[in-house]
Design a protein around this ligand. Structure first.
Ligand code: SAH
Length: 409
């Protein structure tokens, strides 16, 4: 399998590769290569004020617009009665363009898991997933259309990278979920998004600037941002070592998740091809640096794949690497992708894996597998839509709706 040339920082398209058949062809978005339209979520509040002033409006209208979007989850002029009628359209057109159009929506778990496939302004497809639990609501968001990391067990990895999402395209996924909850569309009564995980499509640290700005926008208080707690945000990475160090230096209280999937370089080179650039030891060093700087426990993600990485000796090796560290292991039963010969571990192997990690004193959880029946994991909805839909026809029907992309925590 060709090695992807790992992109340490902003984006880096790679050809997908791997032992699995390509489920779909990577496709350039229909509308060409421009940037998504400017949106207030791309800008700090001060810059929103400048845009508003440029339209001949008093700068405080930027705060009003921001409250509508981040606090009331609306971008509709008719829902902004505090703005003068004459200015509403110009202001919303300038700062609240509709960036995402729902293409498909799926629900399971009695409606408490909702997945949306979105179409962007240029025809790219991305997914987000809302997962409601008794004590929290987690939005799983995409940071890129596609992904260049080429992990062979991941549906998104099979298709390659289409492009980075803008900050506002990321934030809009969360706002759509918030709107759904506020509207009472999710069983359990009205509610709020409490957690955000960057575990949808894409490698967040390969789209560093946009993801970091999205984290700030999600966590800054209204009207600057959405007011979600930093501690409730998780950024998940294949292990782009320089970007992990850079993230640590931001001194945010977000949780870092590292997709390890193998404790030894020989296997990890194939499961997470970027390992050919940054080895297990370097990735873990970066993770411990992150833990030391932020005081936050790092989550080590490990998809259990039958007879591939679920051996007892690998559990012991993993346990020995993690023992005494500020880390816990999140085991993910593999969600098989279409055409894959790989499947989840046998229950006995999974139990033994857990037991051995615990014997090393390493905290371990097994992730729930929400959303499986709706292609809940990892780009599978986009993959199936791409293989079914010959050519995207950008529908321009607006709707503030939610959605998401993988059954994660
Ligand atoms: N690029 C980021 C986010 C990707 S998705 C990363 O790699 O961390 C979040 C997690 O889901 C990652 O740990 C990823 O390896 C895992 N994953 C991808 N495909 C999967 C599958 N088919 N079954 C189980 N986990 C999967």
């Amino acid at each position: 399998m060709p090695a992807p040339s790992p992109a340490p920082e902003p984006a880096g398209p790679q050809e997908p590769a791997g032992p699995l058949p390509l489920v779909l062809a990577s496709r350039r978005p229909a509308g060409g290569r421009g940037r998504p339209p400017r949106h207030l979520a791309d800008l700090p509040l001060a810059e929103r004020r400048a845009v508003v002033a440029g339209l001949g409006q008093p700068p405080f209208r930027a705060s009003q617009l921001s409250r509508h979007f981040f606090g009331r989850y609306t971008d509709r002029p008719d829902e902004m009665s505090d703005l003068p009628l004459a200015a509403r359209d110009a202001l919303t057109q300038a700062l609240l363009p509709r960036l995402l159009t729902p293409e498909r929506e799926l629900a399971c778990d009695g409606g408490t898991t909702r997945k949306t496939l979105w179409r962007t302004f240029d025809g790219a497809l991305v997914e987000s997933v809302l997962m409601r639990y008794p004590d929290r609501v987690t939005m799983c968001v995409s940071s890129q259309a596609g992904c260049g990391m080429a992990c062979p067990f991941c549906a998104t990895g099979q298709a390659g990278l289409t492009r980075n999402l803008s900050t506002a395209e990321i934030v809009a996924q969360v706002v759509a979920g918030a709107r759904m909850l506020a509207d009472g569309q999710v069983p359990g009564g009205t509610g709020r998004v409490s957690n955000v995980v960057f575990m949808g499509m894409g490698e967040p640290l390969a789209n560093y600037a946009s993801v970091l700005a999205a984290v700030r926008r999600l966590t800054d208080p209204v009207p600057e941002g959405m007011g979600i707690s930093q501690r409730s945000v998780t950024v998940s990475t294949v292990g782009l070592v320089p970007a992990i160090a850079r993230l640590a230096a931001e001194r945010l209280s977000v949780t870092l998740a590292v997709s390890l999937h193998a404790p030894d370089d020989e296997l990890r080179d194939t499961l997470v091809p970027v390992n050919r650039r940054w080895k297990v030891a370097e990735v873990l060093d970066a993770a411990w640096g992150y833990a030391a700087t932020t005081g936050r426990r790092v989550s080590i993600e490990y998809a259990l794949i039958r007879d591939i990485n679920d051996h007892a000796w690998r559990a012991d090796l993993l346990g020995s690497l993690l023992t005494g560290r500020l880390a816990h292991v999140n085991l993910i039963p593999l969600n098989p992708t279409p055409g894959s010969k790989w499947t989840a571990s046998r229950p006995a192997a999974q139990r033994e894996f857990v037991r051995r990690l615990e014997a090393h004193g390493v905290p371990v959880t097994v992730r729930d597998t929400r959303g499986r029946e709706i292609d809940g994991a990892c780009g599978q909805l986009a993959a199936s839509a791409s293989s079914r839909t010959p050519a995207p026809s950008p529908a321009s029907t607006p709707s503030s709706d939610p959605a998401p992309s993988s059954a994660r925590r």
